[in-house]
Design a protein. Structure first.
Lengths: 313, 423
């Protein structure tokens, strides 16, 4: 990994009795597209809020570009961009007026500001509608302006918080393409999502977050590879059958077996062979299968295997 | 920093002026109040504009009741009606008109009214009578009592005038019975003229009542209804900025624009200043438009002190914006903003005398009114517009308004949250 642009050490944040973030540590390399993947309420947005200075951590340290965030807050904020989950725009103003306003807030002015606004409008494909009020735009167009507003000052590191929520598939694809283009242009991107397809497609590395903690962190390929050929989730009528687990583990097609919430999670080297083995074992022991689910190897299956829950529960 | 404040200010002004309905409301609402209420209450301040109509049933066999009614009718404040739709008024008809709400008050002069006034002052048995005032019970005594007082005064004057001839006859018989009849008549005529207001041969009454003002006040023009209503409704109007400001803060919180701004390299104080400044400017614009338009359209006198006017306006606008910050900090939902704004603004405006002058309120309510910034702002404007005071004399009230503003800003900023989850 090249020089880290962002180092996060043991970050904690509580709201009253609720511990939203519990000891998150990670490093992001310069030019990396890093994903924070987890279900709603996992602590992704709270983590992002601390990384962008919206919230102060209760404990922990953030270092960006070698500088402590607490002591160089405004200096570092000037080099980062935030695209919040909400459409953080002024609906009565046009895209051009919104971008001009946010540009001025970041210190741009005069001809430089006008040129940069034109560039961003071009980049988000809204030059033709630049002077219409944002409230007249489609959801996808608003999302594009939302992203554009975070790019005006050419940040070194861009934080995108679930930027595709509530967007139609076509617009979502356009947004993902523009994120990829930005990253190719050298911008480091921290991308939070609960859509595993997006994390899988975009991210160089993914941290899977659950209940305020990182439960896995690696490249999507490595995370998926850890599942082997796929995941079989089976529910049996007799939960106490310990012998089933042992016999399944002994099958060559099975990589590992875990019992979670009354179900067996079977990581298969070869899904079809493992399934045949499962049926033989249950027949032999005269056990009734109540539920059966076969998941192809992906981040959704990784999350299910790690937590026993689905990303979108 | 300055550029960031200007960017924030310019942004909010742009948004404000794009909402034409909002602009119309904030400027037109108090203006319409001023126009409607000033014309509606015009007669309270300009006698003769709209006279109080009195029904009169005259059953008097003599002429004294007719004389009194003619004198009442000559007054600017009253109009006397002795007929209704061409028919002479009777007690029954007068009562019917009051029951139907067409009139509030009827005076009934009895048949022996003149007899009572013209009786011999030396008579052993006095002849008494009474004038009935039939009044709608819903009519306030503040309306009725001055009318009855005026009537009583006229009756007494007429009584003296009517009794003079017989009284003088009695005096002549008692003190100088040998006085010739011709001289007696001349003396009686002069005495009657004197009693009825023409003493010493002049046409002016001996004693007149003159309206004047306390030392130090310079009244260029006595207040008309605009002079009274413009400051009241202008103050009422500028405090509606609370609703605009709190609504805008709530919207920025809800839509996440505050979150985006918090991630920008900007101090929170700069953000707050930039957020409040446009609303302060809108307040000042409101004041300038209300007072300026009233001056140009209705001849409102702006008083002798432009500096005083500027000082009071700056302080009043700061107080209104400060209250906006306080409501923004306390209210978490649109319903709370709406409810709190209406509750605060209507209560404070009413207590502060924006709708009804405080001097007609009960004393305890007048005292409570002093805890509202509205009362002090209104009083300061009336000092300038009506009482003719200058800057030095209104400075204590400006100070109190600045105190209110500091209190509102202090609590508001302390409790202010840009983000719902801000810690």
């Amino acid at each position: 990994m090249s020089e880290p642009i962002l180092i996060v050490q043991d970050l904690h944040k509580s709201f009253g009795e609720i511990k939203a973030v519990r000891g998150i540590s990670l490093q992001v390399a310069q030019g990396e597209l890093f994903g924070l993947l987890g279900p709603n309420g996992a602590g992704k947005t709270t983590t992002l809020s601390m990384l962008t200075g919206l919230l102060s951590p209760d404990r922990g340290r953030i270092t960006m570009k070698g500088l402590d965030f607490r002591t160089h807050t405004n200096q570092l904020k000037a080099r980062m961009g935030l695209v919040p989950q909400e459409l953080a725009l002024y609906p009565a103003l046009s895209a051009r007026q919104n971008l001009t306003f946010f540009g001025r807030i970041y210190g741009l002015k005069g001809r430089d500001l006008r040129r940069r606004v034109d560039e961003v409008l071009e980049m988000i494909g809204l030059t033709g509608r630049a002077d219409d009020p944002v409230e007249t735009y489609s959801g996808g167009m608003k999302r594009r302006v939302n992203i554009g507003a975070g790019l005006l000052h050419k940040p070194d590191i861009l934080f995108l918080d679930e930027p595709t929520v509530g967007v139609d598939p076509q617009s979502r694809n356009a947004i993902l393409e523009s994120v990829e283009a930005l990253n190719r242009a050298g911008v480091t991107v921290i991308y939070t999502t609960h859509y595993m397809e997006e994390a899988q497609r975009l991210c160089h590395r993914v941290a899977i977050v659950d209940e305020g903690q990182i439960i896995a962190l690696d490249t999507p390929t490595a995370l998926i590879r850890s599942l082997g050929g796929g995941l079989i989730v089976v529910g049996l009528a007799d939960e106490a059958a310990e012998t089933v687990t042992d016999r399944l583990r002994s099958l060559p097609a099975v990589q590992g077996v875990q019992r979670r919430d009354g179900k067996l999670h079977i990581r298969a080297r070869h899904t079809q062979e493992a399934l045949m083995g499962l049926l033989e074992v249950t027949n032999h022991l005269d056990l009734l299968i109540t539920t059966l689910e076969i998941l192809e190897p992906n981040l959704e299956a990784v999350f299910l295997n790690l937590t026993g829950r689905r990303l979108r529960e | 920093m300055i550029d960031q404040i200007l960017a924030l200010t310019w942004k909010d002004l742009k948004i404000f002026f794009k909402d034409r309905g909002g602009v119309a409301l904030i400027f037109l609402q108090p203006f319409m109040f001023i126009v409607v209420m000033s014309y509606a209450l015009g007669s309270m301040f300009e006698p003769g504009q709209d006279r109080i109509q009195l029904l009169a049933v005259n059953q008097d066999r003599g002429t004294q009741a007719a004389t009194i009614l003619a004198q009442l009718d000559d007054m600017e404040a009253f109009g006397v009606e002795t007929t209704w739709e061409g028919q002479p008024l009777t007690v029954e008809l007068a009562e019917k008109l009051i029951v139907e709400g067409k009139r509030n008050l009827a005076l009934v002069f009895p048949p022996d009214f003149s007899d009572a006034l013209e009786q011999d002052p030396a008579a052993v048995e006095r002849h008494t009578t009474r004038v009935a005032a039939i009044v709608d019970p819903a009519t306030s005594s503040q309306f009725v009592e001055p009318i009855l007082g005026t009537l009583q005064g006229l009756i007494e004057r007429t009584t003296y005038t009517a009794m003079v001839p017989k009284g003088l006859d009695y005096l002549f018989e008692w003190l100088a019975p040998q006085t010739p009849a011709g001289q007696r008549e001349i003396f009686k005529a002069q005495a009657q003229e004197a009693i009825s207001g023409g003493l010493l041969g002049g046409k002016e009454p001996v004693v007149t009542v003159e309206r004047t003002v306390p030392a130090g006040m310079q009244v260029a023009k006595y207040p008309d209804s605009f002079q009274q209503n413009v400051p009241g409704y202008t103050i009422y109007g500028i405090f509606w900025i609370v609703s605009l400001l709190a609504g805008s803060v709530l919207q920025e919180r809800r839509e996440g624009t505050f979150r985006r701004l918090l991630a920008a390299p900007m101090q929170r104080a700069v953000m707050l200043t930039g957020k409040l400044l446009p609303y302060y400017l809108i307040n000042l614009m409101q004041l300038a438009i209300m007072l300026g338009a009233s001056h140009l359209l209705f001849g409102l006198s702006l008083g002798p002190s432009p500096a005083g006017l500027v000082a009071v306006s700056l302080a009043a606008a700061a107080t209104a914006t400060g209250l906006g910050v306080l409501v923004s900090a306390l209210a978490r939902t649109e319903a709370q903003v709406g409810g709190l704004t209406v509750l605060l603004l209507l209560t404070l405006s009413a207590l502060g005398g924006c709708f009804v002058p405080r001097f007609i309120m009960p004393t305890w309510l007048q005292t409570i009114g002093l805890v509202t910034p509205h009362a002090w702002a209104l009083d300061a404007y009336q000092d300038l517009l009506v009482r003719g005071y200058g800057l030095a004399q209104v400075l204590p009230k400006v100070g109190i308004l600045v105190g209110f503003a500091a209190l509102f800003f202090g609590i508001g900023v302390w409790r202010f949250r840009f983000d719902p989850v801000e810690g």
